[in-house]
Design a protein around this ligand. Sequence first.
Ligand code: R5P
Length: 297
Amino acid sequence: MDTVVFSLDGNNHFKNAICQQLGYEAGEITFHQFPDEETLVKIDTELANKSAIFILSLDRPDVKIASLIFAVETARELGANKVGLIAPYLAYMRQDKRFHPGEGISSTYFAKLLSTYVDWLITVDPHLHRRHSLDEIFTIPSKVLHAAPAIAQWIKSNVTQPVLIGPDKESEQWVAEIANAIQAPFLIVEKQRFSDTDVKATVPQLANYADHTPVVVDDIISTAATMIETVRHITSLATKPVYCVGVHAVFSGDAYQNLLAAGTAGVATCNTIAHPSNKIDLSNLIVCEGEKYFTPA
Ligand code: R5P
C-alpha cells in the first residue's frame, strides 16, 4: 500500500525526514482562508487506495482542529483507505479531571473527537498524569514516543556536570529517566500553583550540588510560570547559571521573553512545536519509532 505524508501548519521537518528516509510520497495540501475566516481544504495528490498520514502539532488546538477534520474527511473522500495522525504535541491532556465543580474534562472530549476522525495516532510525551495510557481515553490505536533519550544526549553534550531539576512531582518520571541515562543526580521541586501564572517553587537539598549546573526539565512550557519561578528560586540560592529544557515549546503570549528575562543561561526545547528555542531534533525518533507503527503491512 502506498503512503502519502501531509504536513499541516509547519512540521515540514518531520514530513521531509519521513519521506526521505522511508521513501513515502510528500502530499500537496493547501488551505484557503476566506474573508470570514472559514477554511477551504484542497488536496492535490492522488489518494485512491493509499494510506494518508497527517502531521499536525496540536498546540493552539481550537484554531487547528477544523482544518484537520476537513483535511482528513477530504482525504477519505478522495479514496484514502487509512488516515493516521502524527501529533508531535497533543493538547488538552492536562485537564484530566474535574478540578472545580462544573468544569469539563477536556482531555476526554478531545480524545473522543480525534478518535472519531483518524485511524491511529502517534504523539510525543503527552501529559499523562492521573492517566497512565492514552488507551484510557482514545478508542483508536495510539503510540507514545519519548523524547528522554534525545534530551539526555543534548544535556550530556552541552552542560558540564549537570544536576537535573524536576519542577514538580509529575516531572519525576521523565527527569529520573534522563538523569539515569547520563548518570547525573536529580532533585524534585516542591511546587504550589495558585493560578495560571502564580507558582511558588522550593528545591530541597540543592545546596549539596553547589558545584553542579542546574538544568530544569519539564514536559510543557506554556506560560513559563513554572520554569520562571524555579529559575528565580534556584538563582536566589546563588548556584551556577540555570538551564531550562522543555519537550513542548507551547510558550503562550510573552512567556519565552519572560523566561529569558528571568535570567536563565539558556533554553532548549524539542522541535515538536516549531519555536526559536528548538535545539533538540526528534526527526529520527519520529521516523525510526514511527516506522514500526505506520509502515503498511
Ligand atoms: C504541569 O503539570 C506540567 O508538567 C508543566 O509543569 C506545566 O504545564 C507548565 O505550565 P506553565 O509553563 O504554564 O507553568
